[in-house]
Design a protein around this ligand. Structure first.
Ligand code: NAG
Ligand code: NAG
Ligand code: NAG
Ligand code: NAG
Length: 761
């Protein structure tokens, strides 16, 4: 039952014509579904009540045929828009040269996240949903998007880590909140702009590692790690940002396939987080069929019945449509189980205005002129330039005015489609680093030198000759989608092929040498870090349509870099120290610990690393409190209303002084370290951040770090979070540049009671 759906659709680009139901002259006119004064659920129920059993069964899959006798059109629930409207079964781009032949292509999420700029994420998501609506109005895309991917990037080998906002659950949570806000047109607005889909629920971060296939992998996860690491992004997405749908994952969690798991889909998702009946769950594509791979269901009718009863409302695939009829005959479920699933789906479409008059809806007026506007182009550039991270600089950057002749070398030097990463659409243009250098003040040459994963050194001589003839050498390489991808984890995190050999030979020339490291996952830069002849290293992720311009503006000093790594760059030996399948975060005899919180070794570059062209000094406001009473915090949080974990602990005012010579943005990162509460203790945990913009040389700005009770709480074995009395230290910047100590007094108090897994022994 191995799924190849995604690849088949991606290749054929199955076009799908959309239309809206006719609520004026069609059979649905004057029925309750077309009554704009009724509630979404009432309207959806009235529609579903008109379906025959065969019509119910047929419409349980992502490619809904609709019900033609009712004038209900076919609809594809599966469109994609990870970093721009993207090629997918529900999206079709027009041929080149025509309207709707492209959409703005933003950087991959891992780079956008590195900007630590939540307002930017919201603005980008607002553009993406505008373009999605324009495509929908042209019948070229749906209203439902299977995006974003918010599984924290736990292991550096994961092929899809590039799709995520990184390894830290707080960073991922804040990213997804801002993103959903922009995609859906607000936090739970009455009229949804589009419906997003947070995936993959839950514990999905292995593709195919040493024979462990995602379709049958069982992720063994403690309640402590589930509650404090794997699920906070989903809580932010569902409970706080009110996403329209959620995708259950291929893998099992603690023995139960996610799409069959009532603990995940009912107890946590619906009962604990309040995912209501205007929202639906889709399976990952063919994940219900994969119950067979998990040896969880004896046959497909049982798999289909189990999935829909557990709360997987839509089957991305065909298992439901092909098997629910037989399952009904065998009394494996009731018709009402199918009606419940379809009511949720169509209630969501009601909220998207699908059954409402176009004239009353602002989004139905969006058109091709709203796609790739100047604003959108600027945002794509801004996201890239804000996210790029300077890892090393011996002073060669920014390039001096006398540095004119640049030798661009390496497999990313003239990158175009590579810059989009995966889940991409057709970009309006793709500006490579080399192309951008030529339009800037540089005289640039281009020599490949080698490929991404090649051991053929026949191109080295030409590269070295080009380097000798230049004032400075720009090597652009790393990894790309041929090394990390969906269905493709890495076995190693070393630079692939002979790229390091070539960089070493270029370094031996003793010229200014800048290494541009691309790709979403990190590669171990230890050899470059220690080589004094490697002048500088920049990490550029997948920088999108204006990626080359962003890189060159940083090289030239037009912009000072301020991005920060959102993952740990581990030494290459990390992959030998822990199997990918070990899901635990905390260190043990067989696990050196995961992420900056728990890793006991020395990273090559730490989470949060990022240099600038100027220097900053930090100071926590002298009026910051040094003692807080836990019971007073809880009372204040209860008085404010809402979940206690979101209640404010304190807002730390941080003075940020630019003590250098050029203006720059600056990202303030705030971590907390403590030995209060249950051991073992993480090295530190991110509790807040802020990006201050354009701080002039010699100027001072103030950053406000708002820290919630949830951020300083600690999670126990059962997954519940509490505040603990003890000593705490706020650590600012990486490496730590300023600290502020405070204590919590009073007695331990629980702020979140985690729902127990009834099936756990
Ligand atoms: C809907 O109701 C209106 C008013 O009663 C009527 O004029 C119209 O013909 C009806 N439309 C359909 C399709 O039944
Ligand atoms: C269900 O049973 C009915 C009556 O026996 C039969 O006509 C129908 O073909 C069966 N449907 C499926 C999908 O097995
Ligand atoms: C190495 O690359 C060169 C240039 O593309 C090619 O001519 C040669 O056949 C390659 N050698 C091998 C062993 O693949
Ligand atoms: C660094 O460059 C100098 C020439 O300036 C050269 O002599 C030396 O071998 C180089 N070192 C390395 C590690 O390549």
């Amino acid at each position: 039952m191995v799924s190849s759906l995604l690849f088949v659709f991606a290749l054929t680009g199955a076009a799908h014509a959309y239309s809206f139901p006719d609520c004026v002259g069609g059979p649905l006119a004057n029925t309750t579904v077309c009554d704009t004064s009724a509630s979404p659920t009432t309207r959806a129920k009235a529609l579903i009540a008109m379906f025959t059993t065969a019509e119910l069964v047929a419409n349980t899959v992502n490619m809904s045929p609709g019900v033609s006798r009712l004038g209900l059109p076919a609809y594809n629930w599966w469109s994609e828009a990870l970093h721009g409207v993207a090629g997918s079964p529900g999206v079709s781009f027009a041929p080149a040269g025509q309207d709707f032949s492209f959409a703005t292509s933003f950087p991959g999420p891992i780079l956008m996240s590195a900007a630590f700029d939540d307002e930017l994420i919201k603005e980008i998501a607002t553009v993406i949903s505008t373009e999605a609506r324009a495509f929908n109005n042209a019948k070229r895309a749906g209203l439902d998007y299977f995006t974003p991917n918010i599984n924290p990037f736990r292991d550096p080998r994961w092929g899809r880590g590039q799709e995520t906002p990184g390894e830290d659950p707080l960073r991922v949570s804040k990213y997804v909140f801002s993103l959903i806000n922009g995609l859906q047109g607000g936090i739970d607005p009455p009229l949804l702009k589009i419906a997003a889909d947070c995936k993959h629920f839950a514990g999905y971060d292995i593709e195919n590692w040493e024979g462990n296939e995602r379709f049958s992998f069982n992720a063994v996860i403690s309640q402590q790690d589930l509650s404090s690491y794997y699920l906070p992004p989903f809580q932010a997405c569902v409970r706080d940002a009110k996403v329209g749908s959620v995708m259950c994952s291929y893998n099992a969690v603690n023995g139960i396939p996610s799409c069959a798991d009532t603990y995940l889909l009912q107890t946590i998702l619906r009962d604990f987080w309040g995912f209501d009946d205007e929202r639906w769950v889709t399976s990952d594509c063919d994940a219900v069929g994969n119950f067979i791979d998990h040896k969880f269901s004896p046959d497909l009718p049982h798999a289909a019945a189990t999935g829909i009863k557990a709360g997987t409302d839509v089957d991305c695939g065909s298992t439901y449509a092909n098997n629910l009829g037989a399952a009904l005959n065998q009394s494996l479920l009731e018709v009402s189980d199918i009606q419940r699933a379809l009511t949720r789906q169509y209630a969501s479409l009601v909220r998207l205005g699908y059954f409402d008059p176009a004239a009353s809806q602002p989004f139905r007026q969006l058109a091709w002129t709203d796609v790739n506007t100047d604003t959108a182009q600027n945002l794509a550039y801004q996201a890239a330039v804000e996210g790029i991270v300077l890892l090393k600089n011996n002073g060669v950057l920014p390039l001096s005015a006398s540095t004119k002749k640049l030798a661009f070398i390496g497999p990313w030097a003239d990158a175009t489609s590579q810059m989009q990463g995966n889940y991409q659409g057709t970009a309006p243009f793709l500006i490579s680093p080399f192309a951008a250098a030529k339009t800037a003040r540089f005289d640039a040459t281009l020599t490949a030198g080698t490929g991404i994963n090649s051991n053929n050194a026949s191109g080295f001589a030409a590269a070295i000759a080009a380097a000798r003839a230049a004032d400075a050498v720009i090597y652009a390489g790393g990894i790309d989608d041929s090394i990390e991808a969906e269905a493709h984890d890495r076995d190693t995190i070393v630079w692939p092929g002979n790229q390091l050999d070539l960089i070493g030979q270029l370094a031996a020339l003793g010229k200014p040498l800048v290494v541009l490291q691309f790709g979403g996952g990190q590669v171990d830069d230890a050899a470059l870090k220690s080589n004094a002849n490697v002048s500088a290293i920049l990490w550029g992720g997948y920088p999108g349509q204006s990626g080359g311009t962003a890189v060159v503006d940083i090289l030239s000093g037009k912009v000072s870099p301020a991005g920060r790594l959102v993952t740990t760059q581990y030494p290459a030996s990390y992959v030998d120290a822990v199997p990918m399948t070990d899901m635990s975060l905390r260190p043990s005899d067989t696990n050196p610990g995961r992420t900056y919180k728990w890793y006991t070794g020395t990273p090559t570059y730490e989470f949060g690393t990022g240099l600038s062209y100027t220097s900053f000094s930090l100071a926590v406001s002298r009026t910051a409190k040094t003692s807080y009473n836990i019971q007073a915090l809880i009372s204040a949080g209860q008085a404010a209303g809402g979940p206690l974990d979101l209640a404010l602990f304190d807002t730390f005012e941080v003075a940020v002084s630019n003590t250098g010579k050029v203006a720059s943005d600056y990202v303030v990162l705030g971590f907390v370290k403590t030995t209060a509460g249950p051991g073992p203790f993480p090295k530190k945990e991110l509790v807040g951040y802020a990006r201050v913009k354009g701080v002039g040389a010699g100027r001072r700005a103030t950053a406000s770090l708002a820290v919630t009770l949830g951020a300083i709480a600690r999670t126990g074995d059962d997954g519940s979070a509490s505040l603990y009395p003890g000593e705490y230290t706020l650590l600012l910047d990486v490496p730590t540049g300023a600290t502020h100590s405070f204590q919590l007094t009073g007695t331990q108090a629980q702020i979140t009671k985690w729902p127990a897994d009834p099936s756990a022994s």
